[in-house]
Write a protein that binds this ligand. Structure first.
Ligand SMILES: N[C@@H](CCC(=O)N[C@@H](CS)C(=O)NCC(=O)O)C(=O)O
Length: 205
């Protein structure tokens, strides 16, 4: 398996998952352009979207973190949904929610905050949107230790990046203790630490 990994990016969570699963992989690292923050053109040679993560396995080239997580769950038989019906739905929901609902306002805040003058006003409008997500996640994590129940799963892998981004630039702090405790539990895992060492610069840990 080959993982095409961009520094400071969503693909860090794929490295974390692979370390958790104990699956061997080859890591190919790419550096963002420090001015534009875009990925280098070399990633376009791997996949037309030119984004990270990209996973190559058994002659196939896969993109989309959620699809990659599901692929790895199927391949390894680990980190999948729990057996109960509610847990199964929570697993599926958070697997999609991470990229589908939580990332867009975080990304919008990052992009708009870089625009001089307009940025400050725009960020004020966006922060309440992010707060709705943070309150929701806090309420969910107050009820159970992991997103899909009592066991860690692919849903937690997917949620790690939006919540790390939220801690760094989305207003997530100690006022939401269940979420902060979840993040600390994730980041203190040996597999997470191994992934950090492998992946190189990562500003969100
Ligand atoms: N929804 C996709 C998003 C992929 C994506 O946007 N990746 C970012 C990394 S955080 C990227 O490669 N950005 C560099 C660029 O757009 O040039 C996923 O979860 O895989």
């Amino acid at each position: 398996m080959i993982v095409h990994h961009l520094n400071n990016s969503r693909s860090q969570r794929i490295l974390w998952m692979l370390e958790e699963l104990g699956l061997p992989y080859e890591l190919r690292r790419y550096e963002r352009n420090p001015e534009t923050m875009f990925a280098p053109a070399a990633l376009k040679a791997v996949h037309p979207l030119g984004k990270s993560p990209v996973l190559e396995d058994e002659g196939r080239t896969l993109v989309e973190s959620g699809a990659i997580v599901e692929y790895l769950v199927e391949k390894s038989g680990q980190f999948g949904p729990p057996d109960d019906a509610d847990g199964k739905l929570q697993y599926r929901m958070f697997l999609h929610y991470a990229e589908g609902s939580m990332m867009p306002p975080l990304l919008l805040k990052l992009v708009l905050s870089r625009i001089p003058l307009v940025g400050k006003v725009a960020v004020k409008r966006i922060q309440p949107m992010i707060d709705v997500h943070l309150d929701y996640v806090e309420a969910e994590l107050s009820r159970r230790p992991w997103f899909a129940g009592n066991q860690i799963s692919g849903a937690d892998v997917m949620m790690s990046f939006p919540l790390e981004a939220a801690r760094s630039r989305g207003g997530l702090d100690e006022s939401r203790p269940a979420t902060i405790a979840w993040l600390d539990r994730v980041q203190s895992r040996p597999a997470y630490q191994r992934a950090l060492e492998a992946g190189g610069p990562y500003a969100y840990a």
